[in-house]
Design a protein around this ligand. Structure first.
Ligand code: SF4
Ligand code: SF4
Length: 205
């Protein structure tokens, strides 16, 4: 019984002389060790808006919202990663198709009374089907695919079109609802109208 008491006294004296073992956070800022997995952040310039991070997130804390104005033919995709359910597994970073669209930072101090107020967000312009206005994907995603595929992108008219948007003839739109063979092959189309445009020639005259 005596031995532990002597050890406790020794520890108390050491603590008195050396100070507490605990870190003085929050009075002194804490620097996490390299490789520490803190709050994930989106990087607008490196994210292409594909949504893969949301698909792989094990807790489903990444929300994808597509806002489409079919009349104007415009839309935007909003990706929001809420920290409230994030478990800092870094799976989103690992599976990001560009490898750097979402990255975990060293930030750890996320205490709040309002869990909805802590998040990271990115917005991307959407590419819509030029016939029906359905969401195809984000423009940046199509452009990224085109660059990645190089000459192989010519096998997919939607992808190759997105890499040539500076050409006037490509900017010119077909009136919605109207599908014309050949001309419409070189358009951004949803899977349904992509199938239709290839089958149009086989229709009975
Ligand atoms: S770190 Fe893990 S839990 Fe958090 S958003 Fe990324 S995939 Fe989801
Ligand atoms: S590019 Fe990366 S960060 Fe952006 S939506 Fe795709 S997987 Fe997520």
């Amino acid at each position: 019984m005596k031995k532990p008491k002597i050890r406790e006294i020794k520890e108390a004296v050491t603590a008195l002389l050396k100070g507490p073992y605990t870190v003085p956070f929050p009075y002194v800022s804490h620097k996490p060790f390299p490789g520490f997995r803190g709050a994930a952040k989106y990087f607008e310039e490196d994210c292409v808006g594909c949504g893969a991070c949301a698909m792989v997130c094990p807790t489903g804390t990444i929300e994808i919202k597509d806002i489409v104005d079919k009349e104007k033919g415009t839309g935007k995709r909003i990706l929001t990663l809420y920290y409230k359910n994030c478990e800092f597994c870094a799976f989103c970073e690992e599976c990001c198709i560009t490898g750097k669209g979402v990255r975990l930072s060293q930030e750890f101090d996320l205490s709040t009374f309002d869990k909805e107020s802590v998040f990271t967000r990115v917005e991307k312009e959407l590419a819509l089907c030029e016939i029906c206005g359905e969401v195809v994907t984000a423009w940046d995603h199509l452009k990224w695919l085109g660059e990645k595929l190089g000459p192989l992108a010519y096998t997919n008219p939607g992808v190759i079109t997105s890499t040539h948007l500076d050409i006037e003839a490509i900017k010119e739109k077909t009136p919605r609802g109207e599908l014309r063979w050949r001309f419409d092959q070189m358009r951004v189309l949803c899977p349904k109208h992509r199938r239709e445009v290839y089958r149009i020639e086989e229709r009975p005259k």
